[in-house]
Design a protein around this ligand. Structure first.
Ligand code: NAP
Length: 266
């Protein structure tokens, strides 16, 4: 077993690109972290890890597909055999597979074409998005909980990467700056998956409260990644609050949903 007893071992899922990649870079600035860069594809993971840390001493790729139980278990076994524990888990992997359907709906509206929903397709999209965004995050958390139990960090931390678009509070609060943006009936699959993820955040915050773990959700805001087709702010800015939550001390919050400016209503 590799010692690393003086290091905080942190795993970020879906970190070979986008916001997760920037979280790895942000954590690199923190002393004494050993960063496991999660990627569902080993080659993409190795490339990203080498780009960020050519020495390979601080950033290490790890293959994990959050929709594949065998892949999750292999990742757990690898961390167990190398380090015997995990200190921080960042559930960042996420997808929005609704863009094509969304743009088609917008076009139909413009053309005055009566929408004919493809129910089978919609069911498939629901299944695939919930697999990654909801079940993937929950099962990864459950699978790594025994290694988080062995954490030597005080406190152990779990971060769920959520979205403002999953906030029921912002959706209904007409006085919020977000209301207009969020009140349009778009992306029901993605948005509801993030609302579900928010409930999981509260669930795990309560479940692990007695252990003193810090369990929180972060809202990245619209961020220019492949996910958003390049729209939004730089991913490095969206990584800031995730990195903060991943490095919280004993006085840090738990059971909170927020961005870098403050608390976001559930
Ligand atoms: N970008 C935004 O505007 C925005 C706004 C709010 C919230 N978010 C959230 O931020 C998180 C990161 O998004 P992003 O913008 O950085 O997207 P991204 O650039 O598309 O990165 C998503 C990452 O998730 C990985 N992933 C997808 N399916 C996976 C699976 N089954 N198992 C493991 N990893 C998987 C991707 O792997 P591959 O490279 O192999 O595809 C990729 O590494 C997501 O949870 C997203 O919902 C994004």
């Amino acid at each position: 077993m590799t010692s690393h007893s003086d290091r905080t071992i942190v795993l970020i899922t879906g970190a070979n690109q986008g916001i997760g990649y920037e979280v790895v870079k942000g954590l690199l600035a923190h002393e004494k972290y050993h960063i496991l860069l999660g990627s569902r594809d080993a080659t993409r993971g190795a490339k990203a890890a080498t780009e960020i840390d050519p020495t390979g001493r601080i950033v290490e790729p790890i293959t994990i597909d959050v929709t594949d139980d065998a892949s999750i278990q292999r990742a757990v076994d690898e961390v167990a055999s190398k380090y015997g524990r995990l200190d921080v888990l960042v559930n960042n992997a996420g997808i929005n597979n609704e863009f094509e359907m969304h743009f088609q709906q917008v076009q139909n509206q413009k053309d005055g074409v009566q929408e004919k929903p493809d129910l089978a397709k919609m069911r498939r999209l629901f299944h695939d998005a919930y697999e990654v965004n909801v079940a993937g995050a929950a099962i990864t958390t459950e699978a790594f909980a025994p290694l988080l139990e062995k954490s030597t960090a005080t406190p152990a931390r779990i971060v769920f990467v959520s979205s403002h678009t999953g906030s029921l509070g912002l959706r209904v609060d007409q006085s919020s700056d977000w209301h207009q943006k969020l009140s349009s009936p778009s992306f029901p699959i993605y948005r509801s998956s993030k609302s579900a993820l928010n409930m999981l955040t509260l669930h795990y915050a309560a479940k692990f409260q007695s252990k003193g773990w810090k369990v929180n959700a972060s809202c990245p805001n619209l961020t220019a990644t492949n996910f958003s087709r390049g729209n939004g702010r730089p991913a490095s800015e969206s990584a800031v609050n995730i990195v903060r939550l991943a490095t919280l001390g004993t006085n840090g919050e738990s059971g909170v949903y927020r961005d870098e400016k403050g608390v976001v209503p559930w």
